[in-house]
Design a protein around this ligand. Structure first.
Ligand code: ATP
Ligand code: MG
Length: 198
């Protein structure tokens, strides 16, 4: 708006315009600075190539720099872009109807342990926290089914698998998956179902 156009506003309209400008200025950015673009390029290099599974270590990124340079801001912009891309590619929900959460933001204290980190990730995803135990129960059950020449994970078979207390509590949801016919000892079926339910 030109100075003349501003002067021509009624007092009410001028007050409203100034209020809108204050809000806009308080929330300026994030500006796509060349530094941010360069950082995002580096992050995409790492994220695009970290599809390793099994025992192969994934690449990870650490961002370091002087205080107040915009590390957190640039990372959040990247996280939002990554989130959007994953949702575009994979859809809003899993085949099992669960919401996809491509990005998880976790603040770490100075004395965070690996166990504490995993616990926080699980809390974030609002899972029961027994995923490790559940997976142990499933894999032991699958191993037993294969050894016994049986191609289905039945209740009878799982009841004979020894598991820790966490896994005990996982038997009910697992039974529901079995009842729905979603689990067999086949490698691919297990992997698909496990990730959909995780
Ligand atoms: N690209 C940007 N566009 C607009 N504002 C920005 C941008 N980057 C940073 N800022 C602003 O600069 C301030 C500091 O940014 P930020 O918190 O991201 O820095 P930091 O490097 O994470 O700092 P610290 O080392 O303290 O964690 C914030 O007020 C943020 O809004
Ligand atoms: Mg920061």
């Amino acid at each position: 708006m030109s100075r003349a156009a501003l002067d021509a506003l009624s007092p009410d309209a001028k007050a409203e315009h100034d209020r809108a400008r204050r809000v806009w200025h308080a929330n300026i950015g994030p500006l796509r600075t060349p530094q941010m673009a360069a950082l995002h390029d580096d992050l995409w290099d790492i994220v695009e190539t970290n599809q390793q599974d099994g025992d192969k270590a994934k690449g990870a990124a650490a961002i370091d720099g002087y205080p107040g340079l915009g590390k957190t801001t640039a990372t959040l912009v990247f996280a939002r872009e990554f989130h959007r891309r994953q949702i575009t590619e994979e859809g809003r929900s899993t085949p099992g109807g669960h919401e996809h959460l491509p990005v998880c933001w976790i603040g770490l204290g100075a004395n965070t342990t690996i166990k504490g980190l995993n616990q926080t990730i699980l809390d974030f995803a609002r899972t029961t926290g027994h995923i490790g135990s559940l997976m142990t129960l499933i894999s032991r059950g699958a191993g037993r089914a294969i050894r016994h020449g049986q191609e289905r994970l039945t209740r009878d078979l799982l009841d004979r698998v020894k598991a820790d207390e966490g896994a005990e509590q996982s038997r009910a949801p697992l039974q529901a998956a079995l009842d729905a016919g979603r689990l067999t000892p086949h490698h691919r079926a297990l992997r698909t179902t496990a990730s959909a339910d995780a």
